[in-house]
Design a protein around this ligand. Structure first.
Ligand SMILES: [Zn+2]
Ligand SMILES: [Zn+2]
Length: 370
């Protein structure tokens, strides 16, 4: 493990002077382990490096959180490989963070030491622009994203504004709660934007971390509806999980389902399911694309076949605090049972390689030892 004494000065946006003043000194646990991204590169080159850093110090209105679990999200692959590059390097990735409040900055009073909290993708928004004022802080031009603009949870500690942390309901272990914070929250947003009504048929393209949570929400909220699942042909584990979660039909991306879809959500990182999803929509149907970037282009669309008859297509960008605040209690009420595959912090590269290969059943989670 490499040691970076001067690292935090630029990684946490602090001056050297502040660093000298604020950082805990000595041997009484003033450092932390983190898996850090220094350079954009293919995940196969294992670009995340284990380093030892000074623990961050909470500023005004912020909290120091001791991380116990952090979900592994496809967005990390987009960041690492440069399709959605972080705004600064080096950076600590990870935005599905569960941990306990360990320290409070000045003026932070919403939580107390020891509280279990979650941190999601939205890290900060301005609160003043037209988007923020309309409850669309996910579209705020100056918003910051956890693990992209601010350090995330691939580490033993992180800091966050108390306004962008959530209480985690009882009943979930830390590891089971982690994927709720991105895969769950954004899946919930996508389902909301799909406009699904009870009795409609929902198509899910891709059946990974997010979709396997969405099917549970859809089955609970729309008991008369049907859910059809489309995977890549070799994804037998995903198909088995879909069957276990009571999918009404399971096929592969290019299949034509037994009936048209009232709405569909595309969770895949590639372009083709957009065309396939539009093809399978019924008249007036809606396709929601839940991806930050697509690794391959969307194939050419035929207007008559894919768009005519008032078909709609919409993307999902980011999440709002409201999405998290609504979804977490709902997840406990249902209750959602996230399928998780656990890794250690040091295995983050390996977990992301498996994710890229579509070989994680459910959601990957880093369990972070104290
Ligand atoms: Zn995510
Ligand atoms: Zn704003």
């Amino acid at each position: 493990m490499r040691e970076y004494r001067s690292y935090l000065a630029h990684t946490a946006g602090m001056t050297q002077k502040q660093q000298n003043i604020n950082l805990p000194k000595g041997k009484e646990g003033g450092t932390m382990k983190a898996m850090v991204l220094e350079k954009i590169s293919p995940i196969e080159e294992k670009p995340l490096k284990l380093v030892e850093l000074p623990r961050p110090v909470p500023g005004r209105g912020q909290m120091l959180v001791k991380v116990s679990a952090c979900g592994v999200c496809h967005t990390e692959l987009d960041e690492i490989e440069g399709r959605a590059a972080p705004s600064k390097l080096p950076i600590i990735l990870g935005h599905e963070i569960v941990g306990r409040v360990e320290g409070l900055g000045s003026d932070a009073s919403k939580f107390k030491k020891g509280d279990r909290v979650g941190i999601a993708w939205i890290n900060w928004a301005c609160g003043k622009c037209s988007f923020c004022l309309n409850g669309e802080e996910n579209l705020c031009d100056t918003a910051k994203w956890t693990g992209k603009d601010a350090h995330g949870g691939y580490a033993q500690y992180t800091v966050v504004s108390e306004d962008f942390a959530y209480r985690i309901p009882e009943g979930f272990t830390d590891a089971k709660a982690a994927p709720l914070l991105c895969a769950g929250v954004i899946g919930y947003r996508a389902l909301r934007l799909s406009g699904m009504q009870d009795g409609e048929t929902l198509g899910l393209y891709g059946f990974g971390a997010s979709a396997h949570i969405v099917i549970q929400v859809a089955k609970y909220k729309y008991p008369r509806g049907k859910v059809f699942v489309f995977t890549r042909p070799h994804q037998k584990e995903h198909q088995d999980l879909a069957r276990k979660l009571a999918a009404d039909w399971i096929g592969t991306t290019r299949d034509t389902p037994p009936e048209k879809l009232g709405c569909a959500i595309d969770f895949t990182p590639v372009g083709e399911p957009v065309r396939e999803g539009l093809r399978n929509l019924q008249k007036g149907g809606r396709l929601v694309i839940n991806a930050i970037r697509k690794a391959t282009p969307i194939p050419e669309l035929d207007y008559t076949e894919h768009l005519w008859h008032e078909k709609e297509v919409k993307s999902v960008a980011n999440v709002t605090r409201r999405d998290a605040q609504e979804f977490l209690p709902l997840a406990a009420e249902i209750p959602i049972l996230p399928e998780t595959q656990e890794f250690s912090l040091e295995e983050a590269n390996e977990a992301l390689i498996l994710l890229k290969e579509g070989r994680i059943r459910g959601a990957g989670v880093l369990k972070i030892a104290g």
